[in-house]
Design a protein around this ligand. Structure first.
Ligand code: NIG
Length: 399
């Protein structure tokens, strides 16, 4: 068998590995081979390789793991956003606007739009992402969305329980979601989710959906406590869901429940800004011992961004996280929320033998992600060892 060509990436002023033992290395290098990392260490001790790439004194870190997106949709909700900025409250009823446009779109249009967003995310350092269904809400449309999501995203979550479509009896819809729709979508998905929120699905309905998903072999995640006290956090912990997402309004006992569980609290700061919701208590969650992830929640209604760097900067500047905590939450935290923090398929950290998913910043340190908010700092991205995009200025970073 011909050996895979090796690439030495050197000139890394600061390598943030996000591993437990050696999170930040100075003047480092790494070798990529066959999509995996073959070596990590001091640049001065680097082995020879077929190709040598000098990143000129920049910082490198794992690619972002965006564990919560709704990437497959059609239509435009700019007017709704403008009205919201003019004082209208966010209402999940806007989901139905997207459902109509999405049902009317061709598969080709959906693939093209989702691919564009995926590329936009990757150009900003995201190397692994999840996408949900949930803008179809009938059997054929949800299957179509799951198939499109599977062709564009790394992980697919079935979100038939996003809202009850108009003209459909609530009980009939739940029977559809937990019966024939689940059976048809499950082969294309890894997780099931439900919108456990006041005005959407209550705790008992969400439990029914998640338990049906578990019986069909899917992992569990849950939208909870975004717009009010929905009971979603407690339900997610009770069912040992991989993640409970939003967590803006924690109820008494939620903090302790999360801290003593393996359920990750996935926080979505861009969504909080775009819906003018209070931020979740990120600092208190961490101090209590809970695991948190940061994700974009990219969707046309409540959070139309693919920028994980924006989420990291906001988490540091507005939510009281340190740089290290925010970067961990956007890499390892996302991986943990997807059940991919350990094992051969693990993502979100740079370790020998692991996936070569990394990004280089046009900056000497990861601190610049928050120190220079809003500046597009991604300089180069490798996904499974393959460099995407040309990178920007090839000149070394000035000292
Ligand atoms: O996470 N379950 C809620 N879904 C999205 C909102 C979707 C929309 O408004 O289109 C959310 O915020």
């Amino acid at each position: 068998m011909t050996p895979e060509p090796t690439e030495l990436i050197t000139g890394i002023r600061e390598l943030s590995t996000q591993t437990d033992g050696a999170p930040r290395l100075a003047d480092a290098a790494l070798v990529v081979e066959g999509g995996r990392i073959a070596w990590i260490g001091a640049a001065s001790a680097a082995p020879a390789a077929d190709v040598r790439t000098d990143v000129g004194g920049r910082a490198a870190l794992p690619g972002w793991v965006d564990s919560h997106t709704h990437l497959v949709f059609a239509g435009d909700r700019t007017a709704e956003f403008e009205a919201r900025m003019g004082g209208q409250p966010y209402a999940a009823i806007g989901i139905l606007t997207t459902v109509s446009a999405t049902r009317a779109a061709t598969e080709r249009q959906l693939v093209a739009a989702a691919t564009r967003l995926r590329r936009e995310a990757e150009a900003q350092g995201t190397t692994f992402l999840e996408s949900k269904t949930g803008y179809g809400l009938d059997l054929a449309s949800e299957v179509r969305l799951a198939q499109v999501a599977a062709s564009v995203a790394d992980i697919v979550t079935f979100l038939g329980a996003h809202t009850v479509p108009p003209g459909v009896d609530r009980r009939d819809y739940l029977d559809l979601v937990t019966g024939p729709m689940l059976a048809a979508v499950a082969p294309h998905a890894q997780f099931i989710d439900a919108f456990c929120e006041v005005g959407a699905f209550d705790v008992e309905e969400s439990r029914e959906v998640l338990e049906a998903g578990r019986a069909a072999g899917l992992g569990l995640r849950l939208h909870g406590n975004q717009l009010g006290f929905s009971g979603g956090v407690r339900l997610a912990v009770e069912l040992s869901a991989a993640s409970v997402d939003h967590c803006n309004h924690l109820e008494p006992g939620d903090l302790d429940a999360l801290a003593s569980s393996a359920t990750v609290a996935t926080l979505l700061p861009a969504c909080d800004l775009s819906t003018r919701q209070p931020f979740p208590p990120a600092r208190r969650l961490l101090d209590a011992g809970a695991s948190i992830a940061l994700a974009t929640n990219c969707n046309p209604g409540s959070s139309f961004t693919t920028s994980m760097a924006f989420c990291v900067a906001t988490a540091v500047l507005q939510m009281g996280l340190t740089i290290e905590e925010a970067v961990w939450a956007a890499t390892r935290g996302g991986a943990r929320a997807l059940g991919l923090d350990t094992g051969t398929d693990a993502v979100g950290a740079l370790r020998v033998g692991g996936r070569a998913d990394l990004q280089v910043l046009d900056a000497p340190s990861v601190a610049h992600l928050a120190y220079r908010p809003g500046v597009p700092l991604t300089w180069a991205v490798w996904r499974q060892g393959v460099r995407s995009g040309a990178g920007r200025s090839p000149a070394p970073l000035s000292p």
